[in-house]
Design a protein around this ligand. Structure first.
Ligand SMILES: Nc1ncnc2c1ncn2[C@@H]1O[C@H](COP(=O)(O)OP(=O)(O)OP(=O)(O)O)[C@@H](O)[C@H]1O
Ligand SMILES: [Mg+2]
Length: 299
């Protein structure tokens, strides 16, 4: 069965004057999928999103949403698209409630029971003027307006950077509900635990290029697993291929080390020969992967 992706980006490029902000961006997002978009400051996440929204025009490659061109067909696309920017600017003299209703109207939507539920869930006081809101409260206003729309594709650019953990949780629950309804979500984030918890697939962007795409499981294969093992008979694990940072533990024949994914089967076979008495393995976290990609040179 083949399904058309909701978002398809092919070798997208964007130049600002002589500066090439996007060099080569290719990935796709399918219906029912939460897609994580991560990378260091200035990597090109917001620029990619601005191209997708039709706010700036790509200088190379192409991108489609719902099969339509993001630049030429932006009017049609926006009828089924909801978006929350990282920096939310609001009309200072309107109340939060007025702004939510205004944003909804601008998107051809209207205030519904879902809007009221979201206001309660996020604990927003909608009667206050926007100029009195903190950063987190401004973000809530934009999130409530976006989440109460009945869109098919939701784009969030670092939506939880100003939210406290309780509201971050509310946001995550709301996104998971969208996923269950078969909606597609693109989530740019620096909060790795959030990406790890919510995203089906991830793209890592660095200096305007996508350097890795895939599920977290697939990416984990690219790095090392940490193993703590106690053996019955002595073994010098430092001699095994693919083993790094090996250190003896507190007990006799106890070791802690990291092992490359490709060497894991051979290492496990050798450990088994020495009779494993206890073993604990920790898969690499997204944070390990992140550090790995950010600190190693591109080959
Ligand atoms: N209008 C512009 N003119 C010139 N350069 C720009 C413009 N907009 C963005 N850039 C540059 O493009 C690069 C990518 O910026 P972008 O905002 O997309 O990064 P980001 O990945 O969203 O970073 P962050 O995590 O800090 O939000 C940066 O070097 C930025 O300075
Ligand atoms: Mg950004």
């Amino acid at each position: 069965m083949t399904t058309n992706p909701i978002l398809q980006i092919n070798h997208l490029q964007k130049k600002f004057g002589h500066f090439q902000a996007l060099k080569d961006i290719t990935f796709s997002v399918n219906a029912g999928e939460v897609f994580g978009f991560i990378g260091p400051n200035g990597a090109g996440k917001s620029t990619t999103i601005r191209v997708l929204l039709g706010l700036i025009r790509a200088t190379g490659g192409d991108a489609t949403i719902f099969g339509q061109d993001v630049w030429h067909d932006s009017v049609a696309i926006h009828q089924r698209l909801a978006y929350v920017p990282g920096d939310v600017y609001l009309w200072p003299n309107l109340t939060g409630g007025e702004i939510i209703d205004l944003l909804l109207k601008m998107n051809g939507s209207q205030h519904s029971q879902r809007t009221d539920d979201l206001i309660t869930q996020f604990g927003l006081d909608p009667t206050k003027k926007a100029r009195t809101y903190s950063k987190g409260n401004r973000q809530k206003v934009a999130l409530i307006a976006a989440l109460s729309q009945n869109a098919d594709f939701y784009i969030f650019d670092e939506p939880t950077s100003g939210l406290d953990p309780l509201n971050e949780r509310q946001f995550q629950l709301a996104v998971l509900a969208l996923k269950q309804q078969g909606k597609a979500v693109l989530l740019s984030s620096h909060i790795l635990s959030e990406v790890e918890r919510m995203c089906d697939r991830i793209a890592i962007i660095r200096e305007g290029s996508i350097i890795e795409t895939g599920s977290l499981e697939e990416m984990r294969h690219l790095t090392r697993t940490v193993i703590t093992v106690t053996l019955q008979t002595a073994l010098d694990v430092t001699q095994l291929a693919g083993v790094h940072n090996a250190e003896p533990g507190q007990h006799p024949n106890e070791w802690q080390f990291s092992v490359e994914a490709k060497s894991l089967p051979a290492v496990m076979a050798t450990l088994t020969e020495h009779h494993i008495m206890a073993l604990q393995s920790t898969p690499p976290t997204l944070e390990d992967l992140f550090m790995h990609y950010y600190t190693t040179e591109k080959e």
